[in-house]
Design a protein around this ligand. Structure first.
Ligand SMILES: *[C@@H]1O[C@H](CO)[C@@H](O)[C@H](O)[C@H]1NC(C)=O
Ligand SMILES: *[C@@H]1O[C@H](CO)[C@@H](O)[C@H](O)[C@H]1NC(C)=O
Ligand SMILES: *[C@@H]1O[C@H](CO)[C@@H](O)[C@H](O)[C@H]1NC(C)=O
Ligand SMILES: *[C@@H]1O[C@H](CO)[C@@H](O)[C@H](O)[C@H]1NC(C)=O
Length: 315
C-alpha cells in the first residue's frame, strides 16, 4: 500500500474528518461547481421561465478558476444524484424563497444529505452558502428555522472576527493586511432581513456542534453570525455577499467596490475553488459535460437599477 493509501485507510478507520485528509497530489484542475437555481422573484419584469440564477455568482466562481453548471429546480431525485456525482461542489446563492417549502429548499436538502454521506465516505464534497444559502444551511443542519429579523437590509459592515477565525480553513491563508481590512473597513455587503443570532446558535446543540463561528456582526441590537464553517465537513457560509463587490452594480447603500473589498471577494472565491479542486467527481463523458455547463444559457440584462444586473433564467 502506498503511504497515501495507508493514511486514507487509517483515516477511514479512525473516522477522522474528511476535511483534514484530502491530498494536494490529487487536485482537480478542471473543477465544475453547481449553482442552485430558485423560483423567480415575483414581479420580475425580465423573467423568462420560472427559475433563475443571478449571473454574479457564476462570474464569481469563474473568476477564481472554476466552471459552472446550473442545478435546476423541479427535477427528480435520480437526476440530482447524477448531477451530484458529476460536479465537484455546490454553491447555494442568495435570494428570497421559503427555506422550508420552496423547490430551492427541497433541492438544497437533497444535495446536503448527499454531501454529508459522501464526505463521511471520504469523498470530499464542499458546499458554500451565501446569504439565503447561509440561512438554508442553518435550517438543514438544525431541522428548524431559527432566524430572527435584523436591521441589515443594505449596509456594509466590517467583520468582527472570533478567536477561531485565525486558524480556520477559510481565513487562515488570507493575507494579514486583508484580514485587517476586513476587520476595520466597511467592506462586507449585507442585504438580508433575517439572521442567525448568536443567542439562537448557542442554544441549539445541533448548530453549535456542527459550525464554528468565524465572525459576527450586529445591527445595533442583535449579534448575528456573519461567517462560519463546519467543523467536520467542507461546508462554508457567509451572511454577506462577496460576489456583489465585483459583479453587481445597483447604486445603493451597502454596495462596495473598493480595492480591498474586491480583493476580499477574490480570496473568498479562490478559497472555495481550492476546496472544490479536492473533489474528483466527473461527468460520464465530454458530451454530457458540454450539455450541462452554464455556457448553454445566455444571461439577461435587467437594467442598472436591478438588484441583479444579469440573470440566467430557466424553464
Ligand atoms: C415545480 O413543480 C410544482 C408542482 O410539482 C409546480 O407547482 C411549480 O410551479 C413548479 N415550479 C417551477 C419553478 O417550475
Ligand atoms: C430564535 O428563534 C426563534 C424561532 O424558533 C425566533 O422566533 C426568535 O426570534 C429567535 N431569537 C433570537 C434572539 O434570535
Ligand atoms: C460601518 O460599520 C458600522 C459597524 O461597525 C456601522 O455601524 C455603520 O453603519 C457602517 N457604515 C456604513 C456607511 O455602512
Ligand atoms: C455519454 O454518457 C451518457 C450517459 O451515461 C450516454 O447516454 C451517452 O451515450 C454517452 N455518450 C457518448 C458519446 O459516449
Amino acid at each position: 500500500m502506498s503511504s497515501l493509501a495507508v493514511v486514507a485507510a487509517l483515516a477511514a478507520l479512525l473516522l477522522i474528518p474528511a476535511v483534514s485528509t484530502a491530498s494536494s497530489s490529487q487536485l482537480n484542475y478542471r473543477p465544475i461547481i453547481g449553482i442552485l437555481a430558485q423560483e423567480n422573484i415575483p414581479g420580475d419584469a425580465h423573467a423568462q421561465g420560472s427559475s433563475y440564477i443571478a449571473a454574479s455568482y457564476v462570474k464569481y466562481l469563474e473568476s477564481a478558476g472554476s466552471r459552472v453548471v446550473p442545478v435546476r429546480i423541479n427535477r427528480t431525485y435520480e437526476e440530482y444524484v447524477k448531477i451530484f456525482n458529476s460536479i465537484n461542489g455546490l454553491l447555494l446563492p442568495g435570494g428570497d424563497v421559503d427555506l422550508q417549502k420552496s423547490q430551492f429548499s427541497r433541492v438544497s436538502k437533497i444535495f446536503y444529505d448527499l454531501a454529508i454521506k459522501a464526505n463521511d465516505a471520504l469523498d470530499y464534497f464542499p458546499i458554500w452558502g451565501t446569504c439565503q444559502g447561509f440561512q438554508q444551511l442553518t435550517v438543514l443542519t438544525s431541522g428548524k428555522n431559527l432566524l430572527t429579523v435584523t436591521d441589515t437590509k443594505a449596509v456594509a459592515l466590517p467583520l468582527v472576527f472570533t478567536e477561531a477565525a485565525k486558524n480556520s480553513r477559510l481565513f487562515k491563508n488570507f493575507p494579514k493586511d486583508l484580514l485587517q481590512s476586513l476587520s476595520e473597513e466597511n467592506i462586507t455587503s449585507n442585504f438580508h432581513s433575517w439572521s442567525l443570532s448568536m443567542q439562537n446558535y448557542s442554544r441549539n446543540a445541533k448548530l453549535k456542534r456542527f459550525y464554528k463561528v468565524l465572525s459576527t456582526n450586529a445591527d445595533g441590537k442583535k449579534e448575528f453570525i456573519s461567517t462560519m464553517e463546519a467543523y467536520r465537513y467542507p461546508f462554508y457560509a457567509v451572511q454577506w455577499h462577496p460576489e456583489k463587490t465585483q459583479f453587481e452594480w445597483i447604486d445603493k447603500p451597502g454596495m462596495v467596490h473598493t480595492p480591498s473589498a474586491i480583493r476580499a471577494s477574490f480570496y473568498a472565491a479562490s478559497f472555495f475553488v481550492s476546496e472544490v479542486m479536492k473533489n474528483q467527481h466527473r461527468f460520464p463523458n465530454v458530451s454530457e459535460e458540454e450539455k450541462a455547463l452554464i455556457y448553454n444559457f445566455t444571461p439577461v440584462f435587467g437594467g442598472l437599477s436591478s438588484i441583479f444586473v444579469q440573470n440566467y433564467y430557466f424553464d
